[in-house]
Design a protein around this ligand. Sequence first.
Ligand SMILES: [Mg+2]
Length: 233
Amino acid sequence: VTRVVVLDIEGTTSPTAYVTATLFPYARERYRGYLSAHAGEPQIDALLALMQREQMRLDALDVDAAVALLEQWTDQDLKRASLKSLQGWIWQEGFDRGELTAPFFPDVVPALRAWHESGITLAVFSSGSVDAQHAWFGHSPDGDLQPLIRAWFDLDTAGPKREQASYDAITDELGVAPGDIVFLSDVRAELDAARAAGWQTVGVRRTGEPQYDAGVGDHRETASFADLVITAG
Ligand SMILES: [Mg+2]
């Protein structure tokens, strides 16, 4: 029985290269501009305070120090909640201005629409912030996909993607039996964690994606959402 499909984004619904080659540099170039433009707003004060805690600093961060830290974390690919939030806000502006469009693999949107129509609940679990996820699904080449998605989870709201506890938390939030949830991801360690929580798993293995060679271990495997038969229970 399948009641819920939980989607990873990078490498699963969408090409990883877009994130690394387009989105990250787009945000990185705008850290200073965004922090300056919104200086003094509550969300920026909260962000700077969060960064201070994450870095375990005693003194408050000014814009220069914050930008230096954000650039350092970006270059080290550290998934700090503060960095993810800021990136989400910057991307939201970019999407709203029409400077960014979120790519999806061609098989994804038709499958999501079909699953949604058949009564399956769709959710997202991504290391990108919930704000960034909304921006992403709200600006597909196929229009606004947000109405298809019922629940959104990120590192803040669920926890790390390679830990079973995060999937337990999502199960509680969704209010269904763990075995009624299917997780689609390109990363084996994430699939392992979801399986440990009692979920069904499908490894999405797309040619040309960074995780292709590593494979998905002994998880059920597909190269395309179009080949995936998921029926509502
Ligand atoms: Mg992924």
